[in-house]
Each structure stands twice: as structure tokens, then as C-alpha cells.
Ligand binder design. Structure first.
Ligand SMILES: NC(=O)c1ccc[n+]([C@@H]2O[C@H](COP(=O)([O-])OP(=O)(O)OC[C@H]3O[C@@H](n4cnc5c(N)ncnc54)[C@H](OP(=O)(O)O)[C@@H]3O)[C@@H](O)[C@H]2O)c1
Length: 262
């Protein structure tokens, strides 16, 4: 889908990748409604990007998503592209996870994209044009120790994206699933950054990832997995998961020391 001239709803627009993506979309000629829970940061982004609409709101409830979707539709006068980017993370041993945090991660990372899609898909179908972009993660294809809740939420998002894409195959609405590897943004706590260094985990700059997201949209990609060897491991994990179990043993031991000393 050519971004130029499109009406775009972008969630997580005040975040590390979101604010850069918002700038790229505006530079590419899109009209933008930006949603984020961080109202102060969102309004700063909107001030910098003239002509954009800031819709501050909490997407962790069905009602919050409905209200945000309605406001975006009203501000834009319709929608061509929904980019579900907002997300949260947790790095912890599963026995230490707070049940409320487990629920919140599933709400923000999985249910919010589903609720927003439910609210905005009808107008895309009606106008015979649209694209839904769900930003998942490499963790949505490879379950990582100490990121079990986050992994579960992104596995769910990948499954939703695949099923919906197949369901919409005979329509003019398409679905793109995007899976970045680790990116240097605030979603990763200091502990995660240090753990990534210790395990020699590749981390991309957000600018690089955002450029690839824009390319994926412009090129109508069905799905895309960023980075080598991560994208290859996704394939290997799908056919030979026991091999990946073994390959991750040493990394898991290091990760545990960081997860437990938090
Ligand atoms: N960075 C990575 O390593 C990485 C790798 C692969 C995939 N991803 C995915 O990329 C996406 C963007 O991540 P990022 O790195 O840009 O993270 P980020 O810098 O933390 O930005 C996420 C944004 O989403 C907002 N948000 C959180 N909960 C929300 C809610 N309930 N309602 C509305 N907005 C909410 C955050 O607001 P607050 O600041 O108020 O929380 C923040 O502005 C996420 O889906 C993430 O899972 C990231």
C-alpha cells in the first residue's frame, strides 16, 4: 500500500519506535491519528508533526479501544491503514510474574489490536481498501525464557494476523505481521539491555527498524521477520524446536541470573 495520501491510525505513537514511525509516515504523505497512553509525550510528538491528530487513551480495555477508534475515525474522516504498534513487556521468572501484569500484557499486546481491528475493519471493508499492520516480535515465533508472557502475547498476535489475513483473502483488506528482533527503545529495561549485552543479543536502532516497517507496508508484505540469524531461527524453530531448545540452554542460564536479581 502506497502510504502517500492514506489515513493512518498508529498506536504507540509516543514510544521509541512510534515517534520515529509517525515522522516517516507524515514525511511519506500520510494523514495521521496517533494513539498512546502517554498523553504528555504524545502531545509533544503531535506538536512536532503539524497536521497530525493526537488521541490520548488507554488501549488496555475494550471500551478504551472503542473510544479511541471512534475518535480516530472522526478526526480522519475514515481509515486506510491501522498500525498496531503499542506494546509492553515483562522480563521475569514466570514464578515471579504478577497476575495483574500478565493480564495487562495480554490486553495491550494482543486484545487491543484485536479490539481496534474489530472497530475499524468494517469501514475498510465498506470502502474496499485497507491494511492492518500488527507489530509482533521474533518472540512471537520463538518462545524465550523469562519473557514467557510477552512471548505468549506475540504468538497470539501472529496467530490472529494469519487467521484474519486468510479470512480477508477475497476482500480488498490485507494484513501484515511484522516481527522485529530486539530494538534499542525504552520498552527494554536497563536489566534487559545488560542481559542482551551479556548474551550478545543483536539490537537494532529504532530508525533502521522503522524504515523496514515502512518498506513492508509500501511493498504489501504479508509478514516479515527482521535480522539474521533471528529470521532463520524462526524457520528452524518451526521444524526443529528441540534443536533450538538445546541452542538456547547457555543463553537461558545467563538470562536467569538477570531475571532473578531484579
Ligand atoms: N523494542 C524492542 O526490542 C522490540 C522488539 C520487537 C518488537 N517490539 C514491539 O514494537 C512495538 C513498539 O515498541 P517500542 O520498542 O517502541 O516500545 P516503547 O518505546 O515502550 O513504546 C510503546 C508505546 O506504547 C504505549 N503504550 C503502552 N501501553 C499502552 C496502553 N495501554 N494504551 C496505549 N498506549 C500504550 C507506551 O506508553 P507508555 O510509555 O505510557 O507505556 C509507549 O509510548 C511493541 O509492540 C513491541 O512489542 C519491540
Amino acid at each position: 500500500m502506497e502510504i502517500n495520501g492514506k489515513r493512518v491510525v498508529l498506536t504507540g505513537a509516543a514510544g521509541g519506535m512510534g515517534r520515529i514511525l509517525a515522522g516517516e509516515l507524515v514525511a511519506g504523505g500520510a494523514t495521521l491519528a496517533m494513539v498512546d497512553a502517554n498523553a504528555e509525550a504524545l502531545h509533544k510528538v503531535a506538536e512536532e508533526l503539524k497536521g497530525t491528530h493526537a488521541v490520548a487513551g488507554d488501549l488496555s480495555t475494550a471500551e478504551g479501544c472503542k473510544v479511541a477508534a471512534e475518535e480516530c475515525l472522526q478526526q480522519l474522516g475514515g481509515i486506510d491503514l491501522l498500525i498496531n504498534l503499542a506494546g509492553i513487556n515483562s522480563f521475569a521468572a514466570y514464578e515471579d510474574e504478577d497476575p495483574n501484569k500478565i493480564e495487562l500484557i495480554m490486553r495491550v499486546n494482543l486484545l487491543a489490536p484485536m479490539w481496534l481491528t474489530r472497530a475499524l475493519l468494517p469501514s475498510m471493508l465498506e470502502q474496499n481498501c485497507g491494511r492492518i499492520v500488527n507489530v509482533g516480535s521474533i518472540f512471537g515465533s520463538i518462545g524465550f525464557a523469562y519473557f514467557s508472557v510477552y512471548s505468549a502475547s506475540k504468538f497470539g498476535l501472529r496467530g490472529f494476523s494469519e487467521a484474519l489475513r486468510r479470512e480477508l483473502a477475497d476482500t480488498a483488506v490485507d494484513v501484515t505481521y511484522i516481527a522485529p528482533r530486539a530494538v534499542k527503545t525504552p520498552i527494554n529495561s536497563d536489566t534487559v539491555m545488560k542481559m542482551n549485552e551479556a548474551t550478545k543479543t543483536n539490537m537494532d536502532a529504532p530508525e533502521v527498524v522503522v524504515k523496514k516497517i515502512v518498506e513492508a507496508i509500501n511493498n504489501n508484505r504479508k509478514d516479515i521477520y527482521f535480522g539474521f540469524p533471528e529470521a532463520l531461527f524462526v524457520r528452524i524453530n518451526a521444524i526443529l524446536p528441540r534443536l533450538v531448545d538445546k541452542a538456547l540452554v547457555a543463553q537461558n542460564r545467563i538470562a536467569r541470573t538477570f531475571a532473578k536479581k531484579q
